[in-house]
Design a protein around this ligand. Structure first.
Ligand SMILES: [Mn+2]
Length: 294
């Protein structure tokens, strides 16, 4: 029996709980699009968690919005699908709510649904901090080894001891350094325009990376962010828009706004690829729309 999941804290928590209850011979970490596009070979005893539905699987758990009809199960399926703060919560409930995983699930809920405090962004602790280290940008091969290790540690050790493992501590250190650089880059490339914090990373040779919520701690007066950077080979400009997780007053349905520009998303976040020649006009339009709706 294999577990097919996503490489984030929610996927990790699902893996911890599922492997505690079922004999899993192999983990597969995959991108959600590859499941939707049916690029993954799925067997009838596979468990899929925190990913879109695949008709060949044996058990399925997910909580993400089903955006395309091809992701919808045609009839009955085994497992659980509903809107919830995390897939781990559904998995935990399905397997009888083992109290030893209660705080793992609670913290996974908070991170996966971005119900975070400023401290969770600036001084993250425990499972939230571990969650930030689960990041596939460091190269997939090494990442899979790390993910598997974390599953074993989280199953057997208290979270304080998980964070003391050299592999984890090393990633935490790297994250902290990355966040310092990211903060600098954000401050240099961002400005507040009414309720909008606008960040233009087009002049950066390498796209700065770091905690995506950091911008809302630096610009607490903004209720929405617009971030602009180059797409691959500078063929187009990517505009990414997201509601602030601290000031939740933004009234714009972001996915719908982005759909007008050939992109998409959900209510709180979305993005669109904009042709380079039209970029400045379209970006100005998007910012104006966000300011007028408020
Ligand atoms: Mn999730």
């Amino acid at each position: 029996m294999r577990l097919i999941t996503r490489g984030d804290l929610d996927g990790l928590a699902c893996a911890v709980i599922i492997t505690h209850h079922e004999k899993i011979s192999e983990f597969l970490l995959v991108h959600p699009q590859d499941v939707s596009d049916r690029k993954i070979d799925v067997h009838n005893d596979d468990i899929i968690a925190n990913l879109p539905y695949h008709p060949d699987c044996g058990l399925w758990f997910d909580h993400h919005l089903l955006t395309s009809p091809n992701r919808r199960p045609a009839g009955a399926f085994k497992g659980r699908y509903e809107q919830a703060p995390s897939a781990a919560l559904l998995v935990w409930e399905h397997f009888g709510k083992d109290p030893r995983f209660a705080s793992l699930v609670e913290e996974t809920n908070r991170l996966d649904s971005a119900q975070l405090t400023e401290d969770d962004v600036l001084r993250p602790q425990d499972y939230i901090l571990l969650g930030y280290t689960i990041d596939s940008r460091t190269g997939l091969g090494a990442f899979e080894v790390y993910f598997r290790q974390c599953v074993e540690w989280v199953k057997t050790l208290p979270i304080a001891e998980v964070l003391e493992q050299p592999m984890v501590a090393d990633r935490v250190q790297r994250l902290q350094k990355e966040d310092r650089n990211f903060r600098q880059a954000l401050l240099e490339s961002s400005r507040l325009d009414g309720n909008v914090v606008f960040t233009d990373f087009r002049s950066e040779v390498l796209l700065p990376i770091g905690n995506r919520f950091l911008v809302y701690t630096l610009f607490p007066k903004a209720n929405v962010s617009v971030r602009v950077h180059w797409g691959p080979d500078r063929e187009f400009v990517v505009v990414a828009v997201a509601h602030s997780i601290f000031d939740r007053t933004c009234k714009t349905a972001v996915g719908e706004l982005m759909a007008q520009y050939g992109g998409g998303g959900h209510r709180g976040a979305g993005s669109a690829p904009i042709p380079t020649s039209e970029a400045d006009d379209k970006i100005a339009e998007i910012v104006a729309a966000l300011k007028s709706v408020g």
